[in-house]
Ligand binder design. Sequence first.
Ligand SMILES: [Zn+2]
Length: 95
Amino acid sequence: MSFRIYHRCGGCGKKQEFENSKRFRVNANGNLVDVWLIYRCKKCKHSWNLTIYERTRPHRIPAELFEAFQNNDEETALSYGENVEFLKRNKVEIR
Ligand SMILES: [Zn+2]
């Protein structure tokens, strides 16, 4: 089951539907890693990053999962798109 996700778009300047780009962004900063799942505004394609891991030590992320992030694994991206807890944590409006 997939959700419709709404968020105020920084590109359009109003609330729009966003879609899962199925791409992750991984940013290593010293010993800490941030991981996001990128969503895009359906109208203007403006991107919005939803936090999966924030300032986390890499060894705390399961190796298989970390690899999936780096390979933009579609199945993993879709499973986050259906993860209500993850979406709520990012203050997503679900309809
Ligand atoms: Zn937009």
